[in-house]
Design a protein around this ligand. Structure first.
Ligand code: MEV
Length: 320
C-alpha cells in the first residue's frame, strides 16, 4: 500500500518573528509543493531526491566515499522532521519518499511542508480520519520538537492553504483571509543560518534590551494595518507596509547583505514593496509588483538562486 500527498510551501507577508510572541502574522501558502509518499515497509527507509540538497560534500578515502560533515548535518536536520513524525505515530517500519523543487531550509517553510506531508501521508496510510486542522496541529508538534520554539504559522499555511491570519489570543487564532489575486515575486537566496538559531538570537536580544520588544510590538501593528490594506485591495499601502516590516527585520539583525540588496533592487525595479520573508539569515525575499518581469530580473541580478512569480495561493495539503 502506498499513499502520495503534496504539501505546499509558504511565504510570510507580514509578522515573522513577532508571531513567535503571539503577535499577528499574514502568511500566503505557495503553489510550490513538496511531494511525500508513504509506503508500507519493514524498516524505516527515507528516500530523497537531489534537489533536496543544494550541494554535497564528499570525503573520499581510498575506495570509500563518505558524506562530508556539511551534508551530514543538513540531512540530519531535515530527516529529523520525518523521523519525529514517524515516532509520533509509533510506526515500526515505513518508507517515506520526499521530492522537493527546493532545498529544505530555503526560507519558504519547506521543513514545515515536509512535516505536514509526512504526517498527512502516514495518517492516511494508517487509516486515521484526520482533517487538515489536525494535520496542522500534529505537524506543528513535530516542528516544535525539532526546532524548539515555533509558531503554528508555517505548518498551518502548508496544511490549510490560502492566505491566513495567525494571532495568539487565549488560544492561537487561525483565520482565512479572502484574497483573490496578488502579484508576488519571490527570490530564494543562500540561507546561512537555521530558523532555530535565528529565533534563539532574537529571543536573546529581547532579553537584553526592551527596545527590541518595541520592534516586535510594532511588527504586530504593521500586520494589523496590512490586513486592512489587503482587504481594501490597496496595493500601494500594502507595499509601503512591506517596506516597514522589512525595516523591522533589519532592526532585529536577521537580514543578510545579499537579501538587503535584493529588497532595494526590487524596489528600484518598480516593486510597490519588498521584504525578507521567514526567519532571515538569507533565505527568501518577497516583492509585491504590478509588473513582475523587471522585479524578477532584479532578484536574479542580486543573486537569487531561484525566482518564482505567483498570484494565487494553494489549497493546502492534498492527496495525489
Ligand atoms: C519562520 O518561517 C518564521 C518564524 O516566525 C518562526 C516561526 O514562526 O516559528 C521566524
Amino acid at each position: 500500500l502506498q499513499v502520495r500527498v503534496r504539501a505546499p510551501t509558504k511565504v510570510t507577508l507580514f509578522g515573522e518573528h513577532s508571531v513567535v510572541y503571539g503577535y499577528p502574522a499574514i502568511v500566503f501558502s505557495l503553489p510550490i509543493y513538496i511531494d511525500v509518499s508513504a509506503t508500507e515497509h519493514d524498516d524505516i527507509l527515507i528516500v530523497t531526491g537531489p534537489a533536496n540538497v543544494s550541494s554535497v560534500d564528499l570525503v573520499i578515502k581510498e575506495d570509500r566515499i563518505d558524506v562530508g560533515p556539511k551534508t551530514k548535518k543538513y540531512l540530519m536536520r531535515y530527516i529529523s522532521y520525518i523521523l519525529k513524525a514517524i515516532e509520533r505515530f509509533s510506526v515500526p517500519g515505513i518508507m517515506i519518499e520526499i521530492k522537493s523543487p527546493l532545498p529544505v531550509g530555503a526560507g519558504l517553510g519547506t521543513s514545515a511542508a515536509v512535516a505536514v506531508g509526512t504526517v498527512a501521508a502516514i495518517s492516511i496510510l494508517k487509516g486515521l480520519n484526520v482533517d487538515k486542522m489536525e494535520i496542522a496541529k500534529l505537524a506543528w508538534e513535530v516542528e516544535k520538537l525539532v526546532q524548539g520554539r515555533a509558531s503554528p504559522m508555517d505548518t498551518a499555511a502548508s496544511a490549510l492553504g490560502g492566505v491566513l491570519w495567525i494571532e495568539k489570543k487565549e488560544e492561537w487564532n487561525i483565520e482565512p483571509l479572502s484574497v483573490d489575486e496578488i502579484n508576488l515575486v519571490i527570490g530564494v537566496f543562500e540561507k546561512q543560518k537555521t530558523t532555530a538559531s535565528l529565533v534563539a538570537e532574537v529571543a536573546e536580544k529581547l532579553k537584553r534590551n526592551r527596545l527590541y520588544s518595541e520592534v516586535i510590538k510594532l511588527m504586530g501593528e504593521i500586520a494589523r494595518e496590512a490586513r486592512r490594506a489587503l482587504e481594501d485591495r490597496d496595493w500601494k499601502r500594502l507595499g509601503e507596509l512591506m517596506k516597514l516590516n522589512h525595516a523591522m527585520l533589519e532592526a532585529l539583525g536577521v537580514v543578510t547583505e545579499e537579501t538587503s540588496r535584493a529588497v532595494h533592487y526590487a524596489i528600484e525595479a518598480g516593486a510597490l514593496g519588498a521584504k525578507v520573508s521567514g526567519a532571515g539569515g538569507g533565505g527568501a525575499v518577497v516583492a509585491l509588483a504590478e509588473d513582475p518581469i523587471p522585479v524578477a530580473s532584479a532578484m536574479k541580478v542580486s543573486g537569487a538562486k531561484k525566482v518564482f512569480t505567483v498570484s494565487e495561493p494553494s489549497n493546502g495539503v492534498e492527496i495525489l
